[in-house]
Design a protein around this ligand. Structure first.
Ligand SMILES: *[C@@H]1O[C@H](CO)[C@@H](O)[C@H](O)[C@H]1NC(C)=O
Length: 212
């Protein structure tokens, strides 16, 4: 009886192991962060629950200071949006990103095309604000939406920049693709990691005085 039990255990163990290998778990991804349209770094094993690799390139302006950066890491597949996202808080504060999410070892080793950065105003407007260290923001300013931005967002939560982790709140214009981000998501951007607790996303109203 003993040998057969041991054999059974062995069979069960190898079945489980093969299933895990089959699913590609644990996943490993290239991890790096840097300025420019691509970056390269070491392959790392993803922590539990992070079942996707992401490569994200962003072009941003912070108070008029422009930057291009690339981010590669492990993340949760359900939090990961493949494609283009544009957000605008003011003419000098905006970010456009293009990302690709994938689920096999090292699949984020390449690069993605830079996001289109169409700054032409489209006539839509949204309440706007950017507030560090707080979780709400008044939206008393108005952002003029550009390019394909048809929605207004209100995102708040925590943001991690290096070892610093602080609250943030922001409102502004965004592409409909920004609505993919839900409360509870952990979302990377240029050089920050956002822990989203509030993610409102609504179609932008036309400004008063405009027909239709
Ligand atoms: C840029 O955005 C404007 C406003 O939405 C639009 O009319 C124009 O066609 C866009 N240009 C390109 C190249 O997509």
């Amino acid at each position: 009886m003993r040998p057969s039990t041991r054999q059974g255990t062995f069979l069960l163990a190898s079945t489980v192991l093969c299933t895990l290998l089959d699913l590609g778990w644990p996943l490993s991804c290239e991890v790096c962060k840097g300025s420019g349209h691509t970056c390269s770094g070491k392959m790392k094993t993803c922590e539990a629950g992070k079942d996707a690799c992401v490569v994200l390139v962003s072009e941003s302006s912070t108070k008029g200071r422009q930057a291009v950066s690339t981010f590669k890491a492990c993340m949760k597949f359900s939090d990961c949006y493949s494609g283009f996202v544009s957000t605008t808080m003011s003419p000098n504060d905006y970010m456009v990103t293009n990302a690709r999410c994938c689920q096999s070892d090292g699949c984020n080793s390449g690069s993605v095309p830079p996001p289109q950065n169409n700054r032409t105003e489209n006539g839509l407007m949204c309440p706007s604000c950017i507030v560090p260290f707080q979780e709400t923001c008044p939206g008393t300013q108005a952002a003029r939406c550009v390019g394909q931005e048809t929605h207004c967002i209100y995102f708040a939560g925590n943001v991690q920049a290096g070892i610093i982790n602080t609250k943030f709140a922001t409102r502004g214009c965004a592409t409909e693709s920004a609505c993919y981000t839900k409360a509870g998501a952990e979302v990377p951007s240029a050089s920050y990691l956002y822990f989203i607790r509030r993610a409102d996303c609504l179609p932008a109203p036309y400004p008063p005085g405009r027909a239709e």
